[in-house]
Design a protein around this ligand. Sequence first.
Ligand SMILES: Nc1nc2c(ncn2[C@@H]2O[C@H](COP(=O)(O)OP(=O)(O)O)[C@@H](O)[C@H]2O)c(=O)[nH]1
Ligand SMILES: [Mg+2]
Length: 208
Amino acid sequence: MTGHQASAGAARVGIGGPVGSGKTSLVERLIPALSTSGFEVAVITNDLVTREDAERVARSGLIAPERVRAVEAGACPHTVIREDPTLNIVAAEDLERRFPGLDIVLIESGGDNLASTFSLDLVDYWMFVIDVAGGDDIPRKRGPGVVRADLLVVNKTDLAPYVGVDLPRMLADAHEVREGRPVAAIDCRAGSRIEDVVEVLRMEVLFR
Ligand SMILES: Nc1nc2c(ncn2[C@@H]2O[C@H](COP(=O)(O)OP(=O)(O)O)[C@@H](O)[C@H]2O)c(=O)[nH]1
Ligand SMILES: [Mg+2]
């Protein structure tokens, strides 16, 4: 937790990470997991020039479509979550106004790389999602997302044997570069260990 409170209403939680690491898949897993725990959820997605992810989540049947908003990031995905997050702040405020009981807004960043971080004017907390298939050297590269995110999520643990990744080693490296900040290893495909992410959100965000 950053100690910073971006919003007086719902907790705003950023989800960053490279294209294909499983950010939308995590959103799709978190919606039912958080709802079952009694939390009211809304989602904002950021795509470059489409509304692809928002449409996918809205159509998923997991959440009422009016609780899903799309922000089109244009050419540069960093701008709308870091330099000038106005579009995302407006979308979050709009959702909070429309749904007064909202507990949490999940904000998925657009396609980006290892350098993306969230503005603390936008989010109260942010996680960074990398995946096992991206290679076990990713933590050692010490990208700002990997190092500084409030929670590092290592997804696709199911793929480790197929891509020759030493998962325990990858996690040990992740813990080392993060100097005590939390790391969760999950498999969004099977839905395993999603509860670890929910537990961190409960402790760090929702019950503060
Ligand atoms: N094997 C495996 N595939 C996954 C997992 N999580 C996501 N995927 C797949 O990875 C691809 C990219 O996922 P997506 O959530 O769209 O990534 P995003 O670009 O970060 O939002 C999709 O084909 C997912 O089905 C996982 O834990 N294991
Ligand atoms: Mg996505």
